[in-house]
Ligand binder design. Structure first.
Ligand SMILES: Cc1cc2nc3c(=O)[nH]c(=O)nc-3n(C[C@H](O)[C@H](O)[C@H](O)COP(=O)(O)O)c2cc1C
Ligand SMILES: C=C(O[C@@H]1CC(C(=O)O)=C[C@@H](OP(=O)(O)O)[C@H]1O)C(=O)O
Length: 356
């Protein structure tokens, strides 16, 4: 069983998409931390379904704190947050409960839990579990903010439409603030229009599209991370791959470094006012698994949403009968716009755990 992560900042997720509630138990919160309601509300709101590019399932996702805080101040003891599921429509899953939705976790979940898993809405596998993940990320971000660490993410690519990338050397809180104030998380709003048109076209075709989230962290001191098994990349990737539908993670130049020469991939060192920096940042701020003081930069690839209305070949995994699946329900035609904050949250949790 592993719905828990971390040792110094530990997050346990619980619940299913169509149960009464989902939530998190968060351990390692700094005693006395002010759980700023406005900050946490705005942070979590970035994950809410909205516009024509999200699922039609709409819920306020109000966090109810049931332990670990008094009058909005963390006690330091386990902080438990409960978020009600208020818009379930389980009838969409009744007749298809034994049908393996291509791309979803119905079949593997059935194998892993001997058929006792809650299949409604993907149960514990659902992207819905990112609501408490994001709440925990908001708390972690408040802790990181006290250390001058800031995190921002944007939809770098959707259906082949690309946003302006972060400047790998100078990216900072100014870009993050702009992103956090926008409904659609892109640096260039005109690009966002193109992305939304591509999502609408896929939806009209009973299909879905994927994309890439780019994330940056600034203010992280040099020297964080350990070889071999606790490298900064490993710790971040571990959390990023917990987000449903993430299929690839790269740091800095990532896979494109495989096509560079050493002279392009190496970041020249410079000394500025007694501080050592690099004049480029192909390393994404990490060398030898340890932060070098430059912005951390990484990208997470999201596959297209698996539940699509287009007829697909599959089987009933109990009887073995061949079927054509025509999936009903309220699904995101693209996960990426809502997932940018999930990537920020995953990074915040990983870093809060590393920094202790
Ligand atoms: C924020 C978010 C929303 C998602 N929305 C949907 C959805 O509406 N329909 C769906 O089939 N999958 C959705 N997913 C993805 C599935 O949960 C995921 O593909 C599934 O659990 C299988 O896991 P895997 O893709 O990592 O193998 C969403 C994921 C996230 C992070
Ligand atoms: C509800 C959310 O996302 C859900 C994630 C999801 C999935 O299969 O991952 C399937 C859909 O839910 P359902 O089929 O149960 O209506 C999405 O709406 C959410 O993110 O809050």
């Amino acid at each position: 069983m592993s719905s828990s992560f971390g040792s110094r900042f530990r997050v346990t997720l619980f619940g299913e998409s169509h149960g009464p509630a989902i939530g998190a138990v968060i351990e390692g919160v700094t005693p006395g931390l002010h759980l700023e309601e406005g900050y946490i509300r705005a942070y979590c709101a970035r994950r809410l379904a909205r516009g024509a590019y999200s699922t039609a399932r709409r819920e306020p996702d109000l966090p109810h704190i049931v332990s670990g805080a008094v009058d909005g101040v963390a006690c330091g003891t386990p902080l438990t947050v409960v978020i009600e599921n208020t818009s379930t429509r389980s009838g969409d899953y009744g007749p298809q409960s034994q049908i393996a939705r291509p791309g979803h976790a119905d079949y593997t979940g059935h194998l892993r839990y001997g058929g006792f898993n809650d299949v409604r809405g993907g149960g514990h596998f659902s992207g819905r579990l990112t609501a408490p993940l994001v709440y925990a990320g908001a708390v972690a971000s408040l802790m990181l903010r006290q250390r001058g660490i800031a995190i921002g993410a944007h939809a770098a690519e959707i259906a082949g439409v690309t946003d302006t990338p972060f400047d790998p050397v100078s990216v900072g809180p100014r870009e993050f603030d702009a992103l956090h104030s926008r409904d659609f998380p892109v640096l260039d709003p005109a690009v966002g229009e193109g992305m939304q048109a591509a999502i609408a076209a896929a939806r009209a075709d009973c299909d879905s599209v994927g994309g890439v989230v780019e994330c940056a962290v600034t203010g992280l001191p040099a020297g964080v991370g350990d070889p071999f098994f606790d490298t900064l990349e490993s710790r971040l990737a571990y959390l990023l791959f917990a987000i449903p539908a993430v299929k690839g993670v790269e740091f800095g130049a990532g896979f494109s470094a495989a096509r560079m020469r050493g002279s392009e991939s190496n970041d020249p060192f410079v000394s500025e006012g007694g501080k050592i920096r690099t004049s480029r940042n192909a390393a994404g701020g990490i060398q030898g698994g340890i932060s070098n003081g430059m912005p951390l930069l990484f990208r997470a690839a999201f596959k297209p949403t698996p539940s699509i209305a287009k007829p697909q070949q599959t089987v009933n995994f109990v009887t073995g009968e061949a079927l054509t699946a025509e999936i009903r329900g309220r699904h995101d035609p693209c996960i990426v716009p809502r997932a940018a904050v999930c990537v920020e949250a995953a990074a915040a949790i990983a870093l809060a755990d590393l920094l202790g």
